[in-house]
Structure formats: structure tokens, C-alpha cells
Design a protein around this ligand. Structure first.
Ligand SMILES: NC(=O)c1ccc[n+]([C@@H]2O[C@H](COP(=O)([O-])OP(=O)(O)OC[C@H]3O[C@@H](n4cnc5c(N)ncnc54)[C@H](O)[C@@H]3O)[C@@H](O)[C@H]2O)c1
Length: 417
């Protein structure tokens, strides 16, 4: 317990975890009264796995009709969402849906979340960006196939706006899945690159939310039901265990994708990380990573990974106790606490490198002349910037971006921070 905490904890409606647990879904949906659904996925799952057909047959046997939309793409755009809305509504020909199922990584889950809003009336997704108003989205069942974004437990969907290549969010607690079903067997077919980048995303969610602003200091802007509200002892419980699991299993699942124990460990790491950041929120890693993605169009996980060590380095002093706990999880000797602290970002950077991801922004393809613009764009994501627990956030972002570009950590002797 932390006496100052102001807990506003918002998990998904049901959390079902276990190898093979996908087979429980048809009976559960039947029991909950669902009869007419939309399954949102992509060509890989329809063409290369038995999961879609198996689900549809088992659901049909219980009287549940399912329409399949397999047009999901990585980093879905607002245009994709609007086109999908029109096409699916045309196919349904007036039939009314009572649930949406997402099968896939964060991209398919986010597209499905957006469709939960647009399908009932056929309105464009831009009507819901920023604030969904009084809309009542369709209930969502999320079946993540990566470990992962944690979108199965969060209140938001991230979409790309093709008009200016920035990411926009639709966000409300009403968008949290009614059911998050995590079957680690879904992740076994993930190729190593997807495993590495999704896995470091999960680790980032855990560590970033573990160190973020306290719930007692979080600016809720008067919102009665905030999606994110700062860290508490409750979110930190999940974050700590998520970090431990990711450190135990991420590299193994990257190098030995068929190891079901490693896949299970990462499935738990991912959803535990989401149970932390899905209420605590995030800060500078994601804020700067969004700007890096805008410039490079590289994957969400890799843009987080390249920034993460340098944000940790900036937090060594203000999050000393927590950073020592992370050092302990890494197995760093604590007899020299200052040295142990400085070692944490070094170990994280080495992990990023072992996952085959560039460890500085220069190697990531960012030109030095773009650093000021990148910093300004990152600061423009105010919700994330405000949650960095440092007094001068603009100055901190400038330093972090410069250090990330040069690959400079405070442990690298004699270098300015
Ligand atoms: N809403 C949120 O809270 C939230 C949080 C973090 C990230 N995101 C979003 O999630 C997206 C990234 O998601 P992701 O990292 O899960 O990747 P992804 O969903 O973009 O998938 C990447 C590729 O991997 C394939 N793939 C996924 N699972 C597979 C499997 N089991 N076997 C074989 N191939 C598989 C997909 O078909 C796709 O081609 C980004 O758009 C990001 O913005 C959302």
C-alpha cells in the first residue's frame, strides 16, 4: 500500500489465460447471450492458421453467426477503418451485430476497437477521435496473437492518420475489451522479428509505467472516468512481475519460437504489463517513440526500444528506489548502489541490441538536423509529456533525444547528461 495513492483501476471485463483457452470462447459467448458477431483479422490468420474456421464452426454449432473481415493491416489507418465500416455494413445488409472479435496483434485489435464505434451507425472514425462522447461501442472480445501491445486490456486504439502521417487515438474506458482471452498457443507462429519487437514493447510498458508519475500527482483534467491515472501500488505489482517475466522469457521466445513455456511466460508478461500501464499510463518513451515513428515509419516496438535506455537514464535520480529494484531483477550486484543504478540503462540497451534492434537514433536512421523537430513533435503529445516525473520536461526531452541520437548513457564515463 502507498498511503497517497488515488487508485482508478480499469481492467478488461474478463481475463482468460491459458494454453488452448481459445476453445472455451464459443460457449462463453453463448452463455453471455451473444448471437451475431464480426471477427476482425488479417489474411495470415485466415489463410495460414485453422483458428478462424475452427472458431466459426464451433460458434455456429451453438447458434452464433460470425461475419469475417480479413482486411487488417499493420498500423491501421483511419481510412482503412472507414472503408472497412462501409464494406462490412454493406455485407451485413441491415443485420445488427452484438459483438466484435479481434484476432491478431495490436494492429487488428486496434482496428476492431475502432470498428466497435463505427459499425452501429456507419459514422467515420474521426468523429470519435479525442472524445467518443456518448457513443456506446459494441462489446469487444480480444484474442491477441502477439505478446505484446496489451491492447486487449487498454482503453485506446491507435490509428494512423494518412493526411499527416501522425498517430491518433480513440480512447475511452468503454473501449476496453469485455473479454481478453490470452492463449499463448496463438503466439507460437510469430516470426522472430515480430516476437522481438512486440516483446520489447511489453517490457517497455512494464518499466515505463513502473516509473511514471504517481496517481496522486496525475492530472485527470476533471475526468470522472479517466482511462489513465498514474501509477499506484496496484499497477506496480503487475509491472514488477511483468518485468521479471520478460527478462526471464523474452530472449528465449525470440531465439526458440517453438518453446511454449517461453511463449507462456511472455503472454503473462504482456498482459501483466498491460494491467499496469493500462491504468497507470506511460510517458516519454512512448511520447518520443511516436515522433520517431512519424519520421521513420518503423514498428511500434522498435521505436520504443531505441528510446527506452535514454529515458531510464534521465530518471535515475528521481526513481532511485524503483531503479534499484529493476537492477535487482537484472541480477546486478547492489553493493555499489550508484554504479548499479547506472548499469540499468546499459543492460536495457544491451538487451535491445541482442534483439536485433538499433541502440541509438543515428543507427535507427534519424538525421541530426531532425532532432529539434522530433523533440517538438514529441512534446506535442502533451498527455505523455505531462506524465514524465521530472520538473523541466522540455529540457529533459531535449537531453534524452540528443543522448539517444549519440548513444550516450551516464555510465559511459565522462559524458554530460
Ligand atoms: N491500443 C493500444 O493500447 C496499443 C498499445 C501498443 C501498441 N498498439 C499498436 O499495436 C500495433 C503493433 O502491434 P503488434 O506489435 O502486435 O504487431 P502487428 O499487429 O502490427 O502485427 C505485425 C505483423 O505480425 C503478424 N502477426 C501477428 N501475430 C502473428 C502470429 N501469431 N503469427 C504470425 N504472424 C503474426 C501480423 O499479421 C502482422 O503482419 C501498432 O499499430 C501500435 O500502434 C496499440
Amino acid at each position: 500500500m502507498r498511503a497517497d495513492d488515488l487508485v482508478h483501476f480499469c481492467p478488461p471485463g474478463r481475463l482468460i489465460i491459458g494454453a488452448g483457452s481459445r476453445r472455451q470462447l464459443p460457449a462463453l459467448l453463448h452463455r453471455l447471450g451473444h448471437r451475431d458477431g464480426l471477427l476482425v483479422t488479417d489474411a495470415f490468420f485466415v489463410g495460414r492458421t485453422p483458428w478462424v474456421d475452427e472458431y466459426i464452426e464451433a460458434a455456429r454449432a451453438l447458434g452464433i453467426t460470425t461475419t469475417v473481415y480479413a482486411g487488417g493491416l499493420p498500423d491501421p489507418t483511419t481510412t482503412l477503418c472507414d472503408e472497412a465500416t462501409t464494406a462490412i455494413r454493406r455485407d451485413l445488409d441491415g443485420r445488427v451485430l452484438d459483438h466484435v472479435i479481434a484476432l491478431g496483434g495490436g494492429s487488428n485489435i486496434d482496428l476492431a476497437k475502432a470498428l466497435c464505434l463505427t459499425m452501429p451507425e456507419g459514422r467515420p472514425i474521426r468523429d470519435f477521435i479525442g472524445d467518443i462522447g456518448w457513443a456506446r461501442p459494441l462489446p469487444l472480445i480480444a484474442l491477441p496473437t502477439t505478446a505484446g501491445t496489451g491492447s486487449e486490456a487498454t482503453p485506446g486504439a491507435i490509428l494512423l492518420d494518412p493526411s499527416n502521417a501522425t498517430k491518433v487515438a480513440v480512447m475511452d474506458n468503454a473501449l476496453r475489451p469485455r473479454i481478453a482471452l490470452i492463449d499463448p498457443e496463438y503466439t507460437v507462429s510469430c516470426p522472430p522479428r515480430v516476437t522481438a519487437e512486440a516483446g520489447i514493447d511489453a517490457f517497455t510498458h512494464a518499466i515505463e509505467s513502473y516509473l511514471t508519475i504517481d496517481s496522486s500527482d496525475y492530472d485527470r483534467a476533471g475526468h470522472a472516468d479517466p482511462g489513465y491515472s498514474g501509477r499506484s501500488a496496484l499497477t506496480m505489482l503487475f509491472a514488477r512481475e511483468a518485468m521479471r517475466l520478460a527478462l526471464a522469457w523474452l530472449e528465449r521466445s525470440y531465439t526458440h519460437g517453438g518453446d511454449i513455456e517461453a511463449r507462456g511466460g511472455m503472454a503473462y508478461a504482456s498482459v501483466y504489463a498491460a494491467m499496469s500501464y493500462g491504468s497507470a499510463g506511460l510517458n516519454a518513451v512512448h511520447g518520443i517513440a511516436y515522433a520517431v515513428a512519424g519520421l521513420t515509419h518503423k514498428s511500434h516496438g522498435s521505436t520504443n526500444a531505441v528510446v527506452l535506455p535514454y529515458v531510464l537514464d534521465a530518471l535515475l535520480t528521481v526513481r532511485r528506489t524503483e531503479m534499484l529494484e529493476i537492477a535487482r531483477l537484472f541480477g546486478i550486484a547492489l553493493d555499489d548502489p550508484d554504479g548499479a543504478l547506472r548499469e540499468v540503462p546499459v543492460r536495457v540497451r544491451a538487451l535491445v541490441g541482442r534483439l536485433g534492434i538499433a541502440t541509438d537514433l543515428r543507427a535507427f536512421g534519424i538525421a541530426e538536423r531532425d532532432l529539434d523537430r522530433l523533440t517538438e513533435e514529441a512534446l506535442g503529445v502533451v498527455r505523455l509529456a505531462k506524465a514524465l516525473p521530472l520538473p523541466d520536461v522540455a529540457a529533459a526531452y531535449r537531453t534524452i533525444v540528443r543522448n539517444a541520437w549519440a548513444g550516450r548513457l551516464s555510465a559511459d564515463a565522462g559524458l554530460e547528461r
